[in-house]
Design a protein around this ligand. Sequence first.
Ligand code: ADE
Length: 231
Amino acid sequence: MIGIIAAMKVEAEGLISEMKYKRTRVISGVEFTRGKLRGKDAVVCVCGVGKVRAAVCAEAMATNYKPDCIINTGVAGNLSKELGIGDIAIGKDAVQHDFDTTAFGDPRGGCFIDGKFETYFKCDRKLVKLVEKAAKAEGLRSVTGTVATGDCFVAGNDKKDEIRGYFPTAVCCEMEGGAIAVVSFINKIPFAIVRAISDSADGESPENFSGFLEQAAGNSIRVIMRVVEEL
Ligand code: ADE
């Protein structure tokens, strides 16, 4: 069973419309659509925006569908010099950039899980390779690095530089991947993050986000489809 989570409808509907033998069920306010995607058992859902909703959704998916992997698809703000609008940011790992216990001397983004301090939650290496291959096959430029997740839409160079300062390997910023990463880690489920760039996380990002959302979401879905075929 392949689990796929998107934050917004536009980031998932291209997948849901392709699914066959669909059955839906609402759990914790999230509609899960289960069926066959390119012949594979899959469950796809729209979790809503932000870390809390992403975590609730990932936990509900883990408990109720026992997926073999969880893939987060969608759009993101650009933090990489090598990417532009529509290009693909692939998670090597994910951090919660706004998790802050630095007052105790902890590194920014780090949190205790099961008595262990974790900052960078690693994506599954096999999945990462498949995603890289899929992006290439789709003719899309991609960069693999850290996905920086926080409960804010980044729309200014100060915030952007702050995140890049704390997390130099960050390639994009978004609002769900890091939460899904933590839940997948806790449940020992391999996970991946695929994000197409919708904006540059700068002063123009609100307009660019609105203008490029659909196109970027579609690019991420194209990559996901290829990954599903290969799984
Ligand atoms: N998702 C898409 N663009 C984003 C941005 N600039 N900040 C946070 N999440 C995003």
